[in-house]
Every structure is written in C-alpha cells, then in structure tokens.
Design a protein around this ligand. Structure first.
Ligand SMILES: [Zn+2]
Length: 362
C-alpha cells in the first residue's frame, strides 16, 4: 500500500512537472525557465545560481539592446544575423583561441555576471555555447532591421543594437516569393527514368534568387518568403510583404494544362485593393511586358485575380504573380530546362522592378 501511494505520488509529481515544462514552452517564458527544464547536472554553477543572463532595462532607448563583452572580444569577432522569416536576431560571438588551443574571451557564463540588457518586446531569448562560438538569439514579434554601435572601454566592450523598422532603414524594399517548396513541388514534369525532370518550386526558387541578387546589388533590400526547401504558409508569405511594407511583392509560379498546346506567360493582379500612383495592376503589367520582351516569349494574359489567390487577395502592397510558362507544353518545357532562359526571365523581372521604381519616383 505504502509503495502504491509512493508511486502515485511520483506519478503526480511527474505530471505536474511535465505540465510546468509544457506551460513554459507554450508561454515562451525565456531564460530562467528554460534552464529549469533542463537536467540540473548539465547546468553551470552560474546557471544554477538562478541569475538571468539577460534582463529588461527600460532605461535603454526604446527597441534597443546592449551586449556587454569582455575586452578580448573585438568587433571582428561579432556577427549579427537577421533571420527575418523567424523574426529572430542571432548575435554570434567567436571564441578566440590562444596558441596553446585554450579559448579566451567570452563564455556563456560571462553573461550571468554581466547580463545582456534589453528594452524591446521579445518573444524568446536563448544563449548557447559551442566549442567555437556563443550564440545569443532574440526573437521579436515584428520584422526588424538594426543599426549597431560597438564601443570599447578599459573595463570591457559593448555592442549596442538599435532595432529599426525596415522602411526606416531602406528606401527600396522588394519581397520575392518563390511558389511552393519543401514537400510541395508544385507542377512537375517526369523524366524518362521516373525522376523529376522539372519542378515548379525549383524553377521559381532559381529565378527568384537570381533576380534577388541583381536587385540587392542595386541597393534594394530584398526579402525572400522562403528558403530553398521550405514551404511556409501562404499567410506567412503575405504577412512578410505587408509587414516590411514592400514597394513590390512578386510571386513566381508556373502553369500546367491538359491542353498541351497552350503556352506563354501571364501575370495576375489585385483589382480590389487600390493603391494610387503605383498599384498591383501597374506592377503586373510591367512584369508581363518586361519578362516577355526579355525572353521573346508570348504574353498570354494580364488578369485580375478572381479572389482565389490568397497571396494576391491578402497583400496590402503592390502585388503580382508571374506565371513563367506551361510545364505541360513540350516547347516551353525545353526552354525552362535551360539556365540561360531562366536567367532571362530573372533579368526581365529585374527590369520590371527598375521600371516600377521609375514610376513610383515620378
Ligand atoms: Zn504554382
């Protein structure tokens, strides 16, 4: 009986502690609570002391944070990554190795003595240590850009990061959306050996990244709705464009039809969300014109969306979907297999963006 009571007691304790961990994960409470969820023996003395490695500090400028660093950590040892799709900043601090291989400079425990100070709404905060580096990750409820300032002093260095809205930092912003991705390949063309010869997701991704790198070189901030093998929700794709207030939001897809004689390119626009000066229809028109001209391919349609296309329907910025051709058509299929043809589509897309800015700036 006593044994049974004991095991019931242990069972209940387990349930309670599991619930507590689940609650912490759900509420996203950072730092201290994540530490309790781990095996205490894996924690350092600093962590077990219950102190926090980061604190809120309302005396700081709004939407900023300050990372204290030991003297050994110099500016070149710091790397800031903006994972805007996750709304997360990662500050990576390289450890410095001395000649005998010992690492000096910063460790995770350093921040328990001199915490990172934050005055911004955060959704989560973690610090991780590997043999080579320390990674501080801070996630925010919004997409941010940043300005940084590195200061040195006798007692230690500091990295100040001020979060700024994308539109405050960049004059020109374009969001590129490669359709599909991940497990969703979109329309596909089977090869003779059962493998996939052409897939819409890869085509779209190749064109979008090619165009994006050209636009970036022209000083335009380009945000991509997905990475190579991801398939984010349509709502995430659209909200990125809306949040960063893109000047142009371009989605790339391909067509497929049972009628294999059908070929050509078309663009789709939003006719219900009206934007004066430069709107969705203006963008779609330019896209079709410039891409068709640069590829010598037939332009078959410049169409208003019927309300079915969620990207088009929910965008509150000039938006257009470019359908680069029919994968069901043998002739167009052959073209889309060629690198230089994809390159010409990408160039046409860029020409449309440049022409778009000319209209915006008029
Ligand atoms: Zn598609």
């Amino acid at each position: 009986m006593k044994d049974r009571l004991a095991s019931i007691y242990i069972g209940i304790t387990l349930v309670i502690s599991t619930l507590a961990v689940v609650l912490m994960v759900v509420t996203g409470e950072p730092a201290q609570h994540e530490v309790t969820a781990q095996d205490a023996s894996a924690l350092s003395a600093e962590e077990q002391s219950g102190r926090d490695w980061y604190i809120m500090d309302e005396k700081l400028a709004e939407n900023s944070f300050v990372i204290p660093l030991p003297n050994a950590v110099e500016e070149q040892d710091i790397q800031v990554e903006n994972d805007y799709r996750k709304k997360q900043f990662r500050i990576i601090l390289s450890k410095i190795s001395t000649e005998d291989g010992a690492s000096v400079g910063v460790s995770k425990d350093y921040f328990f003595g001199q915490p990172v100070r934050v005055n911004a709404l955060t959704e989560s905060a973690t610090v991780e240590e590997t043999e080579q580096e320390i990674t501080i990750s801070l996630a925010f409820p919004a997409v941010w850009e940043w300005e940084s300032k590195y200061e040195t002093s006798l007692t230690g260095n500091t990295l100040h990061l001020q979060l700024v809205a994308p539109k405050e930092k960049y004059e020109k912003i374009v969001v590129l959306d490669a359709g599909h991705g991940g497990a969703d390949r979109g329309h596909i063309v089977q090869g003779e050996d059962e493998g996939i010869l052409l897939a819409e997701d890869t085509l779209a991704y190749d064109i979008v990244t090619e165009a994006g790198s050209v636009l970036e070189k022209e000083g335009i901030r380009v945000y991509y709705t997905r990475d190579k093998n991801e398939n984010p929700d349509v709502t995430d794709r659209v909200s990125l464009a809306n949040e960063v207030q893109a000047d142009m939001f371009i989605s790339v897809h391909a067509d497929f039809s049972e009628d294999t004689t059908l070929y050509g390119m078309r663009t789709i626009y939003n006719e219900t969300y009206f934007i004066p000066t430069f709107g969705s229809a203006d963008l779609a028109y330019l896209l079709l014109e410039k891409v068709a001209a640069n590829t010598n391919e037939k332009a078959i349609g410049f169409e208003a969306d019927s309300g079915e296309n969620e990207i088009i329907r929910n965008a509150m910025v000039p938006v257009s979907q470019l359908n680069i051709g029919y994968l069901s058509n043998k002739q167009e299929q052959k073209l889309l297999e060629k690198e230089d043809y994809k390159q010409r589509i990408a160039e046409g897309l860029c020409n449309a963006v440049f022409a778009g800015y000319e209209e915006i700036e008029k």
